[in-house]
Design a binder for this molecule. Structure first.
Ligand code: ADP
Ligand code: ASP
Ligand code: MG
Length: 408
């Protein structure tokens, strides 16, 4: 088999962990597999680098930020290659540029366009191990780019597709995808197999275990992902195409995201084009609007409420104040203490009453729902951030997701 193994920050977080990671590479080689490796920076390193730059300048040049943070992955790739060579394995570290990872030019959120992987494939055929830095690439002008936080997952899946691997093994500090974040719900259950579509909702609604783009890409090219632990040798979770053997519970899991802020623009004239008026400038500023609610209009005026990532809160408030003034609106209100909780499941298509169960469970805990949005396979609500853990736990229980040991 040909396998791309990706190791996250905790798996390369120290010399001991790098040795343990080398064991995992060596074990797969011993089984006769061809291995390419993708690594993240040592855990905490990317944050450390960002903090240093922010100390100098609150909004540092994005090109230089990419040049800076890309060094984290270079350290771990070289260290792992040194350890593998020490064991007599032919291993070679490659930066994104050296590995031929060609991206768009948007710094800090570049997209992979192509991987020129001929030389990596030659290594693979010769039984050698290329160790590629995750998270980074190069644009057409030779600038170093990065793919957004958590981007090494996307590097790994893209490389797996480029070298036509059989599977992309993503090693991390949990032993699979759980019904919710195991850090906040101890009774969360490991999922054996999950459909791309569900995993995509999980990731985009806040489960940081896989970067959303990596799942999108895996789904498009039908690349199986095996998410597993680098600490314990157990089978993890397979992220694959939906099939008939998958569980058909109404809900597969609960995701949450604290990175939310809510803005309301009050008393603006309700005429065709008003939504375009409001959201045009927000989109032009590169800000992603998420949940939107528009009130029924009264006497020709309406209110619009929407959410944006918390980091864009101040900029969006400023835009809305300007807009409100030009439209002679009544007021703009904001709240950056909100969060989003979602229940997800392809089973929702064939189960009625999911919304009722969700709203009842939150009501029982006294959690007020501020906004609601749904799709075919998810229901999301916006609530006060301080209730987020309570909400996640109570939904996890209400949908029968707790492990049996915890239920009794
Ligand atoms: P890495 O550094 O290996 O990329 P991450 O921190 O990005 O690791 O992702 C692993 C973490 O994702 C876990 O430690 C866990 O707390 C978190 N996580 C959030 N939601 C889930 C979930 N549903 N299942 C598993 N892990 C989750
Ligand atoms: N080191 C990068 C980050 O911390 C990329 C990654 O770990 O996937 O976001
Ligand atoms: Mg990650």
């Amino acid at each position: 088999m040909r396998i791309v193994q990706k190791f996250g920050g905790t798996s390369v977080g120290s010399i001991e962990r790098i040795r343990a990671t080398a064991d995992l590479v060596q074990a797969e080689l011993a089984r006769g597999n061809q291995i390419a490796v993708v690594v993240s920076a040592m855990s905490g390193e990317t944050n450390r680098l960002i903090a240093m730059a922010m100390d100098m300048d609150e909004s540092p040049c994005e090109r230089e930020m990419d040049a800076l943070v890309a060094t984290g992955e270079q350290v771990s790739a070289a260290l792992l290659a040194i350890e593998l060579q020490h064991r007599g394995i032919k291993a070679y570290s490659y930066t994104g540029a050296q590995a031929g990872v060609m991206t768009s030019s948007e710094h800090k959120r570049a997209r992979i366009r192509d991987i020129r992987s001929e030389h990596l494939q030659r290594h693979l055929q010769a039984g050698e191990v290329p160790v590629v830095t995750g998270f980074q690439g190069v644009d057409d002008n030779g600038n170093i780019t990065t793919l957004g936080r958590g981007g090494s997952d996307t590097s790994a899946v893209a490389l797996a597709i480029a070298v036509k691997a059989d599977v992309c093994d993503i090693y991390t500090d949990v032993d699979g995808i759980y019904t919710t974040d195991p850090r906040i719900v101890k009774s969360a259950r490991k999922i054996d197999r999950i459909a791309y579509e569900e995993m995509l909702e999980f990731a985009s609604l806040g489960a940081k275990v896989l970067q959303t783009r990596s799942v999108e890409m895996a789904m498009r090219y039908n690349m199986p992902i095996h998410l597993r632990s680098s600490f314990r040798d157990v089978v993890g979770t397979m992220v694959v195409k939906e099939d008939d053997t998958m569980e058909r519970a109404a809900i597969s899991g609960v995701a949450y995201n604290r990175d939310e802020a809510k803005i309301t623009i009050l008393g603006i004239p309700d005429h065709p084009g008003i939504a375009a008026n409001v959201f045009g400038p927000v989109a032009d500023a590169g800000i992603n609007v998420d949940v939107i609610v528009q009130n029924v209009s009264a006497q020709g005026f309406t209110d619009l409420t929407f959410t944006v990532p918390r980091s864009d809160y101040r900029a969006t408030m400023q835009l809305m104040r300007e807009l409100c003034e030009s439209l002679h609106g009544r007021d703009v209100r904001g709240d950056d203490g909100v969060a989003k909780v979602s229940v997800i499941g392809v089973g929702m298509r064939s189960h009625a009453g999911v919304a009722k169960t969700m709203f009842d469970a939150l009501a029982k805990e006294g959690v007020n729902i501020q906004m609601i949005t749904t799709s075919e396979i998810k229901i999301t609500v916006v609530i006060e951030e301080k209730y987020i853990e309570l909400a996640v736990r109570s939904l996890h229980t209400a949908f029968g997701l707790d492990t049996e040991a915890e239920e009794s």
